[in-house]
Design a binder for this molecule. Structure first.
Ligand code: GLU
Length: 483
């Protein structure tokens, strides 16, 4: 087929409105988006809300706001409109029944009136029931009578019991299964709503989806879906099934709320671009060893060949590292915009200059939620153990530290101005006068001002943040501790 005759690529994201966006769902959305954009195709949002019990009000807004933050846009969907709507399954209810009736007529489906009790009696010792085609054998008369009586029914797909079914998956290659493994699953439920098993096929066809990209929990059911396409005489789409994202070697990342959701990561202080970048790499690898990609680069580089056949482990430390790289690249103004809410939650709230801390922290944090703990030292001035001054590099010990502190107190007390420039100059004066490396003076002062061995930021930055009065108090206090 020449390129100009090729069908335009159409992919879709088909979330159920659960009220949160699991990273696995976000990854399906991302790959569908990347593949559509890369091929000049269309990306469609379809809301799969046929499970009325699971419906969460406001959940569609969560889907929209998450994808917007993630930089993923749609060409068609509930808000965008489009020629293939409506894009919400509950608004398409009548369609499914209409198509199910076609299958009833061609005997690819049948009415089933079995009660819960009967179905329960089919369960094996593991509690798993496999439907035994009981109602397939009801006479047409009986079916019509029971329907006329208003008996509750479902519509089941009539699976072949012999032979095999095969299909090609773009990630997993050729898959063949024995038809005897296929259960006559429900297409239309007793509330008149379709199951996912039916609605996905009808909608993917009616919405002209060319590539179905979804989690591989649907891989084993795909032969059943293909039988539906065949029963209708429709073209089967291309499939890309994605391997699960794991918590560790054995456990899947759970879909429960609170475990690996986009919003949770945003609240923890991740940047959306970093989350998207990291998620892109969970199940897809670029040809190079590069790890940092803008959305445009992802669109360019994404490839089916790079999709993984084995599951990927969600490594939050890796995502943190990546986030840190993104944080370093922010303009200072943007950095402060994200950082401010975390300063507000920290001990420095309304007491110190946020920007001064911001300057120290931008290159030192990986996620914004580290801010409160990173600034906490400012209030934890507790005690200095002389041993903290043992520094071989600068050849200092508590004795040298005391001398430096005495000199620093004299020099700094005389300072009229108190800013970084002046503090650097004062340290230079002290080091020259005492013939001691300036690095040693910085170290002595840093410990004296903070009382901790490791601080974000050096002595001058800390002294500047604390101001002259508090800095002098701390220098004198440390001298007492060392005596
Ligand atoms: N509603 C399904 C889910 O959220 C969609 C699966 C699919 O993409 O077909 O798992």
């Amino acid at each position: 087929m020449g390129d100009n005759l090729k069908q335009k690529v159409r992919t879709r994201f088909a979330p159920s409105p659960t009220g949160f966006m699991h990273v696995g769902n976000l990854r399906s959305a991302l790959y569908g988006f990347l593949f559509a954009r890369q091929n000049g195709g269309s990306f469609i949002l379809r809301i799969e809300d046929t499970d009325l019990e699971r419906f969460v009000p406001g959940a569609v807004d969560v889907i929209y706001s998450t994808l917007k933050q993630a930089g993923i846009s749609f060409d068609e969907g509930p808000n965008e409109g489009g020629a293939y709507g409506p894009y919400v399954q509950s608004e398409r209810k009548h369609l499914y029944l209409e198509y199910a009736k076609k299958l009833l007529a061609s005997k690819h489906a049948y009415y089933c009136f079995c009660t819960k009790e009967r179905l329960d009696s089919l369960k094996d010792e593991m509690g798993v029931a496999r439907y035994d085609k009981h109602c397939l054998h009801l006479s047409e008369e009986e079916v019509n009578e029971r329907l006329a009586r208003g008996e509750k029914f479902v519509i089941r797909q009539n699976m072949p019991t012999q032979g095999t079914s095969s299909f090609h998956d773009l990630v997993f290659g050729n898959i063949t299964i024995d038809n005897s493994e296929l259960e006559d699953h429900i297409l239309i439920k007793s509330d008149g709503m379709p199951t996912y098993n039916f609605a996905n096929v009808v909608d993917d066809h009616l919405m002209a989806i060319t590539h179905v990209i979804r989690g591989n929990e649907y891989l084993s059911s795909t032969p059943k879906y293909n039988l539906l396409y065949q029963a209708f005489g429709w073209t089967i789409p291309e499939y890309m099934h994605l391997t699960p994202i794991m918590k560790d070697e054995t456990r899947k990342l759970s879909k429960r709320h609170g475990d690996a959701n986009f919003d949770d990561f945003i609240n923890k202080g991740y940047l959306s671009q970093a989350i998207v970048n990291y998620i892109a790499l969970l199940g897809w690898s670029p040809k190079s060893t590069e790890e940092k990609f803008t959305m445009d680069e992802l669109i360019e580089k994404f490839s089916i060949a790079g999709l993984s056949k084995s599951s990927s482990i969600f490594d939050e430390n890796k995502m943190k590292w990546l986030n840190g790289e993104y944080i370093k690249e922010l303009s200072f103004a943007d950095f402060m915009k994200y950082a401010r809410p975390f300063f507000e939650k920290s001990v420095i709230k309304d007491r110190y200059d946020y920007e001064k801390f911001g300057k120290i922290l931008q290159s030192r944090i990986e996620i914004f939620s580290e801010i409160p703990e990173k600034v906490a030292f400012i209030d934890q001035y507790h005690f200095i153990d002389p041993i903290m001054y043992d520094n071989k590099k600068f050849k200092i010990d508590a004795g040298v530290a005391k001398e430096v502190l005495l000199e620093a107190i004299l020099v700094l007390d005389d300072c009229q101005l108190w800013n970084e420039e002046m503090l650097h100059a004062a340290i230079k004066t002290i080091s020259e006068k005492m013939q001691i490396k300036s690095g040693a003076v910085y170290s002595v002062l840093r410990i004296a001002l903070s009382s901790v061995a490791v601080t974000p930021g050096g002595s001058v930055e800390i002294a500047d943040i604390l101001g002259k009065k508090e800095s002098m108090r701390r220098l004198r206090q440390s001298l007492l501790w060392l005596n």
